[in-house]
Design a protein around this ligand. Structure first.
Ligand SMILES: [Zn+2]
Length: 64
C-alpha cells in the first residue's frame, strides 16, 4: 500500500488517469478517510490511495 499522504496519484509508468475499482471509508490516525483502489488506464497496474478532507489535511500535514 502506498503512503497515506501521497494524494497525488501517479502510476509507476507515469500515467495519471485511473479507473476506480473500489472505494471505502477507513479511519487513519483517527481521521475518516476514503481509501480507493485504482487501476492505471495505461498499464492496468493497481494502486491504493487515501483521501482525507482538506481541512484535516491542513491540520495533519501543515500543507499550504
Ligand atoms: Zn501505469
Amino acid at each position: 500500500m502506498n503512503e497515506a499522504h501521497n494524494h497525488t496519484a501517479v502510476c509507476a509508468c507515469g500515467h495519471e488517469k485511473f479507473s476506480t475499482l473500489e472505494s471505502r471509508p477507513r479511519s487513519i490516525h483517527g481521521v475518516m478517510c476514503v481509501v480507493r483502489r485504482k487501476q492505471c488506464r495505461s498499464c492496468l497496474r493497481s494502486i491504493t490511495t487515501a483521501e482525507v478532507p482538506l481541512s484535516v489535511a491542513k491540520d495533519v500535514w501543515n500543507e499550504e
